[in-house]
Design a binder for this molecule. Structure first.
Ligand SMILES: Cc1cc2nc3c(=O)[nH]c(=O)nc-3n(C[C@H](O)[C@H](O)[C@H](O)COP(=O)(O)OP(=O)(O)OC[C@H]3O[C@@H](n4cnc5c(N)ncnc54)[C@H](O)[C@@H]3O)c2cc1C
Length: 460
């Protein structure tokens, strides 16, 4: 760390807000994504106020030190991996709920508020914050905003972008701006709030968010529908749409995923069928929707059972914990693509085929209501041949998703890990336009460099 900058940081902040201790540097070097490249940061700073963030970013700009914003570090695309000589700006201590306004159905929060804590506070007013990544018990609203996180309830309520009304953002020169509005509607000017959502800490540091809340549902009904195979379960998604019911949760788990859950949790899901559609309806018509869905899915060959609240809670929790303690490793990678819902069956069939051809294992879970799939690929060995086969399967899974009209990331972001595939989805002119936006917001390129956007090549 530049000694002058470190001196300035230590003068501006308390001793327990700045660390260059090896343990802190190691803990802040990577998130939970596959590691392609990382360095230990030069220092870690824990901001506690907006003024702290401004002072840190101003100093970083003056000394041209890269800044990697960090919430809980649960990202799975390497967006929070440290880079050469950087300072990791940890925002977890900025964890106050500043306002919870039941009449306006909004909350104003600092970025380090944990998603589950916001939900607990909202529940006291009969409200909820809908976007619920499976990591909601640990991930922060700032991280959720920066990745445009999705989750289970997005099938009905939309993703993080649909819930963010306004942001307070510290820009790369340390100045503070406010974007958006506290009303649900508002179209004044360009949608800068929408631009910051999903920008992975590359355009500014989110220091405050005004988010939309929803009323907690009066009734919740849960169906577990087992099919002989995963194709049947995937077909169920379209059947539900045609039946005009709107699940709030519509998750798909294939046979190997059920077997993995059984192995980890001593559950017996695999005994009930070859694939599961886990469906939840909420709201005043939930009881009617259950009847309609039961008929439609039974006709499709599904074995439908309505689960009592305790069993329903258990199944949803199993699904949320599907990743378990797994952190992606060199020989096991959890993917995140989305395809149009009409292509779910074709895509899953193609995944099974390509896994067999490349000799890799695959299991699939999906936020099926959104066409958002998380296939996990693995090979048993770490030898060059196995890793090459794994990478071929990963490449092909991405190319196939794109060929079917999909996207290379549904909710995890590009981060560092998915950079290599971004030019397959976005043309050079579109990438260049985004680089110009990045240049405008961050002319020195100090905010999370090397993430979210491919660099210019000598030809571009
Ligand atoms: C078990 C598990 C389940 C998961 N399930 C889901 C899921 O269902 N849906 C989903 O979308 N994701 C999921 N994820 C991924 C991850 O939890 C989300 O991406 C989450 O939004 C990251 O939040 P975080 O606080 O951990 O952010 P971090 O990992 O710390 O950071 C993520 C990115 O945001 C940037 N960032 C963080 N805070 C700020 C800020 N205040 N201002 C600007 N930039 C910032 C970082 O630089 C980085 O690029 C899961 C991860 C795990 C480990």
């Amino acid at each position: 760390m530049n000694p002058e900058f470190e001196h300035e940081l230590r003068a501006a902040l308390r001793a327990d807000q700045v660390s260059t201790a090896p343990g802190d540097l190691a803990r802040h070097a990577i998130d939970q994504g596959p590691v392609t490249d990382y360095r230990e940061p030069a220092a870690v700073v824990w901001a506690e106020t907006v003024a702290d963030v401004q002072a840190v970013v101003r100093g970083a700009a003056a000394h041209a030190v890269p800044v990697v914003a960090r919430g809980a570090g649960t990202g799975v695309s390497g967006g929070a991996h440290a880079t050469e000589g950087c300072l990791v700006l940890n925002l977890e201590r900025m964890n106050r709920i500043l306002e919870l306004n039941a009449a306006d159905e909004i909350a104003r929060v600092e970025p380090g508020v944990v998603n589950a804590d916001l939900n607990a506070a909202a529940a006291a007013h009969g409200l909820m914050y809908a976007p619920d990544p499976a990591s909601f018990k640990i991930s922060t609203i700032g991280g959720n905003v920066a990745t445009n996180a999705g989750g289970l309830r997005c099938a009905k309520y939309g993703v993080t972008r649909d819930a963010v009304l306004a942001l307070d953002v510290v820009l790369a020169d340390g100045s503070l701006i406010h974007t958006g509005h506290r009303t649900f509607k508002g179209v004044a000017g360009y949608d800068l709030t929408g631009l910051f959502v999903g920008s992975e800490g590359t355009l500014g540091i989110v220091v405050g968010a005004t988010v939309r809340l929803r009323y907690l549902p009066a009734d919740v009904r849960t169906l577990a529908v087992f099919f002989p195979d995963v194709q049947g379960a995937a077909a169920g998604v379209l059947v539900l749409g045609a039946a005009r019911v709107q699940p709030c949760i519509l998750e798909l788990l294939d046979g190997p995923s059920l077997a993995e859950l059984d192995f980890r949790n001593a559950s017996t899901l695999s005994d009930r069928g070859g694939a599961l559609l886990l469906i939840q309806f909420d709201g005043l018509a939930a009881d009617r929707e259950v009847v309609i869905a039961r008929d439609a899915l039974t006709n499709l060959g599904g074995n439908v059972s309505e689960e009592d609240p305790a069993e329903a809670g258990y199944l949803v929790e199993l699904r949320r914990n599907n990743r378990g303690m797994d952190v992606d490793t060199e020989n096991r990678v959890g993917e995140d693509v989305a395809v149009p819902r009409s292509q779910l069956v074709r895509y899953i069939t193609a995944l099974e085929d390509m896994a067999a051809r490349h000799g890799v294992g695959v299991r699939v879970i999906a936020h099926a209501g959104d066409g958002n799939l998380h296939p996990t690929f693995w090979v048993p060995g770490m030898d060059t041949g196995s890793i090459a086969a794994l990478n071929r399967a990963l490449d092909e899974s991405i190319e196939t998703a794109l060929a079917l009209g999909g996207t290379i990331t549904g909710e995890h972001g590009i981060g560092q890990y998915k950079l290599r595939w971004l030019p397959l989805e976005q043309r050079e002119d579109v990438l260049e336009l985004q680089r110009r936006i990045k240049d405008l917001f961050d002319p020195q390129g100090i905010l999370n460099p090397g993430k979210a956007l491919t660099a210019r090549t000598s030809r571009s």
